[in-house]
Write a protein that binds this ligand. Structure first.
Ligand code: UD1
Ligand code: UDP
Length: 358
């Protein structure tokens, strides 16, 4: 059985690592990297650290508008699928690489498996939300990380092919957290101590593309008076430069870090402030309180559990949350048993072998 897996952006490399490891003993995996992310610290470092196999195809698409980028990917992925004629296509998450992979496959009647199916922020202004909805409605196998995701799909009439597998990012977290702990140089290199800093990441267009909003977030971080370690996503870097925004002395902008360093920074942060989907979950896994710089989240369980609070980009609410948000409840398990990737690999192998459409 041959499966073409499609990745392209940072969080997809992290999700693909455990799945690829579980899939390769039971299927022939052909790995396609669209090239959506291409800087060494947004792409290459993850392949090296997480021992992800070299992509069989690197399409080198790069950056562009949504239409251009998705269209280029669609054209090039279709060529790969026509050449490889796989039994199934595996897509991850909610990026333009996900949507392009799903569209290319569905038009060729190739079964699609979607890892991280059923997530909804109910905010259609987020490009990811459309990617999620469209991919789920094209998919044949829908692997849900949470029960909430299963219920979101059911509300849209999708019940066939849906499985609650748990979250592959939890698998990745468990596998790598111990390796990460050995990296004591991460904190000393930055001159911070465990519990002595806040960790921030910001990359959503809603927060980066309006200079006043971005400036408000940076000012609020500075006003906390605490050291803030802020690995800067390239989108945010460009936005800061073009708006001429310079952080105050408490906010330490650093290059994007590798996954193992990120796990260390998360584990030892006093609080995490982020608009990232993955970082919200990892904050929970690390048992570090999370302040989410958005008004909605596709991970509402973390909020319901009392470990995540949504404050948007409102500077007063950010400052207030840093001062007062302290979880008081135990953490219920939210993300499965740490074997989501094995469940996914077994389901792919069984279902695609039973129902080959090609
Ligand atoms: C993309 C995903 C988003 C995901 C994020 C993970 C879409 C619509 N968005 O957002 O869901 O949360 O990845 O990080 O798919 N750039 C570089 N070097 C790179 C990559 C990007 O400089 O290696 C710059 C380019 O100027 C580019 C900008 O970052 O235009 C944005 O990149 P893009 O991949 O379009 O979207 P992200 O904001 O990264
Ligand atoms: N991440 C990383 N280095 C960084 C910032 C994030 O390794 O400098 C990891 C983070 O630990 C998580 C993933 O990237 O596993 C989240 O990706 P991102 O925030 O880019 O996208 P999202 O999850 O919002 O789609």
């Amino acid at each position: 059985m041959k499966i073409v897996s499609i990745v392209g952006a940072r969080p997809q490399f992290i999700k693909a690592a455990p799945v690829s490891r579980a899939l390769r003993p039971v299927a022939h995996e052909v790995l396609v990297h669209t090239g959506q992310h291409y800087d060494k610290n947004m792409s290459g470092v993850f392949f090296a650290e997480l021992h992800i196999p070299e992509p069989d195809y690197n399409l080198g698409i790069g950056s562009g508008s949504h239409g251009w980028q998705t269209g280029q990917m669609l054209i090039r992925i279709e060529e790969v699928l026509l050449r490889e004629r796989p039994d199934g296509v595996l897509v991850y998450g909610d990026t333009n690489s996900t949507l392009a992979g799903a569209l290319a496959a569905v038009k060729l009647h190739i079964p699609i498996a979607h890892v991280e199916a059923g997530l909804r922020s109910f905010n259609r202004a987020m490009p990811e939300e459309l990617n999620r909805v469209l991919t789920d409605h094209a998919a044949d196998l829908l692997f849900c990380p949470t029960q909430t995701a299963v219920e979101c799909l059911a509300r849209e009439g999708i019940t066939h092919g849906v499985t609650l597998t748990g979250d592959v990012m939890f698998d990745a977290y468990l596998y790598n957290a111990k390796l990460a702990e050995a990296r004591s140089a991460t904190l000393t290199g930055l001159g911070v101590r465990s519990g002595g800093y806040l960790l921030a990441t910001v990359h959503r267009p809603a927060n980066t593309d309006d200079p006043a909003t971005l400036r408000g977030i940076l000012d609020a971080l500075e006003a906390t008076g605490e050291t803030v370690i802020f690995p800067v996503h390239p989108r945010t870097c460009k936005a800061l430069e073009s708006a001429g925004i310079r952080p105050g002395p408490h906010v330490r902008l650093i290059e994007p870090v590798g996954y193992l360093d990120m796990l260390v920074l998360e584990k030892h942060a006093h609080l995490i402030l982020t608009d990232s989907g993955g970082v919200q979950k990892e904050a929970y896994m690390a048992a570090v309180p999370c302040i989410t710089l958005r008004r909605d989240t596709e991970w509402p369980e973390t909020v319901a559990a009392g470990w995540n609070v949504l404050v948007g980009a409102n500077p007063a609410r950010i400052r207030e949350a840093v001062r007062t948000f302290r979880p008081v409840t135990e953490q219920p398990p939210l993300f499965g048993d740490g074997h989501a990737a094995q469940h996914i690999a077994a389901l792919c192998a069984a279902m695609l072998e039973e129902h080959p459409l090609l």
